[in-house]
Structure formats: C-alpha cells, structure tokens
Write a protein that binds this ligand. Structure first.
Ligand code: AP5
Length: 220
C-alpha cells in the first residue's frame, strides 16, 4: 500500500493519517512534520526552510523531494507508506513517479469555512507533533500534551495571514496535483466533514471500494 492523503490545509489529513498508519502498520510520512522537526533541531535544512513555512509558502521542490526520497530509502517503508502533504506540486508528483509510484490518492474534501475553523482552534505538541483541537479534540489536561506533558502551542503558519497564503498556494500549486492523479484514475474522494470517527469510517469504506479486483480492503 503506497498511499497519499491530499487536500487543503486543515482538512484533517494528519489526524486521519496517524490513525490509519497505526491500524495498517505502515509509516505515516508527513513532510510538514519532518520540516518542523528540522526547524526545531535547527539543522541546515531547518534554517533554510523556516522562512518559507512561517509565511505559509511551499518549500522549494528540490529540498522536499530530496528529503522524502532519503526517508523512503529506510527499510520500514518496504511494506508501504502513507504520505501526508506530499506531493504538493506537479513537479513533486512527477519526481515521486520515478522512485515510489503511488497506488492510491485520498482526496479530503472540506468547505473553506470549516477549514478555517479547524485551523483557528488547532494546538499541537512541539515535541511529538500530536495535534489537538479546542472544539473537537481536547487534551486530557488543559494546554498540555497527553503523550509527553509538553505545553501545547499554535503553529506560526496558523496565523490568519499565513492561512490565507496557504489556501492561495493550495489552489495554485496543489489542486493541479489532484488533476494529475485523476487523469491516472488513482483518486478516491472522501467527504471530510463530521466527526473524526465518521471521516475514518468513510476512509475505510473508500479504500474498500477502491480495492483492485481480487484484493480485500485489508490487503490495501
Ligand atoms: P503541512 O504540515 O503538511 O500542513 P497542511 O497541508 O497545510 O496541513 P495541516 O497540517 O494544516 O492540516 P491537516 O489536513 O493535516 O489537518 P489536521 O489533521 O492537523 O505543511 C506545512 C508547511 O510545510 C507547508 O505550508 C509548506 O511550507 C511545508 N511543506 C510541507 N510539505 C511540503 C511539500 N510537499 N512541498 C513544499 N512544502 C511543503 O486537522 C486540523 C485541525 O482540525 C486539528 O486541530 C484537528 O484536531 C481538527 N480535526 C481534524 N479532523 C477533524 C474532524 N473530523 N472534526 C473536527 N475537527 C477535526
């Protein structure tokens, strides 16, 4: 199973990817999270990308392609992987085709007002990356991560001005990626409104229906 979750910022890709990757035993590879980890560690890559990310712009293709390609060389990706946030440009999709072609792309469909609400209420753990929401997914103790007790923060790119840029970039650069995979008949669309549980059930249903003939949903 080589899957990618595609959709606008705040659609719930990371939330669902964590769950599906745990259930299927395949790694969840979030390029956003990898880049944030590089910024936290202040590696040369982290220092190079932090300005782009803070403003809501995409990181240059060659940097993110190289980073993902190196990660996909690790053994844990042999049984499959779940990409979250990659590819985000047609250049990235074409590059991926040369080293790890996808089996399926799940497109998260959510109206813009709901995206904005979800992003405005998102808090996350700067240590482990776990995501919370003030309305729909509260931590057990206010303001601290359930996993490691770290104080939760809002992402700098969830400021309204950066969110506006991210949505614009999404429509200009990432929507064509959806067309790229639709032309190859790889896209399953999932309605991303409703509870986390309801969306997860729709994802399982979409993957089941999307199974190639002779393969069960579990095989996907
Ligand atoms: P990235 O981290 O990938 O951000 P994104 O795509 O904008 O996606 P988000 O993380 O904002 O949203 P999500 O869909 O994962 O939603 P979540 O599950 O958190 O990228 C960040 C930046 O990194 C980019 O702007 C770019 O600079 C750079 N970058 C990354 N990849 C790149 C690439 N390939 N090329 C170039 N640059 C790249 O959910 C959102 C909120 O909603 C949470 O609070 C959650 O708890 C809540 N929620 C989730 N599901 C539900 C539900 N069903 N009901 C109610 N609330 C829900």
């Amino acid at each position: 199973m080589r899957l990618s979750f595609l959709g606008p910022p705040g659609a719930g890709k990371g939330t669902q990817a964590q769950r599906l990757s745990a259930a299927r035993g395949i790694p969840h590879l979030s390029t956003g999270e990898m880049l944030r980890a590089a910024i936290r560690a202040q590696t040369p890559l982290g220092r190079e990308v932090q300005g782009f990310m803070r403003a809501g712009n995409l990181v240059p293709d060659e940097l993110v392609i190289r980073m993902l390609r190196e990660r996909l060389r690790q053994d844990d990706t042999r049984p499959g992987f779940l990409l979250d946030g990659f590819p985000r440009t047609v250049v990235q999709a074409e590059a991926l085709e040369t080293f790890a072609p996808l089996d399926r792309v799940l497109y998260f469909d959510l109206p813009e007002p709901e995206l904005l609400d979800r992003l405005a209420d998102r808090w996350s753990c700067p240590k482990c990356g776990r995501v919370y929401n003030l309305r729909s997914n509260l931590p057990r103790a206010p303001g601290v991560c359930d996993e490691d007790g770290t104080a939760l923060l809002q992402r700098p790119d969830d400021r309204p001005e950066a969110v506006r840029v991210r949505l614009k970039v999404y429509h200009a650069e990432t929507a064509p990626v959806l067309a790229y995979y639709r032309a190859r008949d790889l896209v399953l669309t999932v309605r991303a409104s409703g509870s986390v549980e309801a969306v997860y059930e729709r994802i399982l249903g979409a993957l089941g229906k999307g199974a190639p003939p002779g393969r069960s949903e579990e095989a996907l």
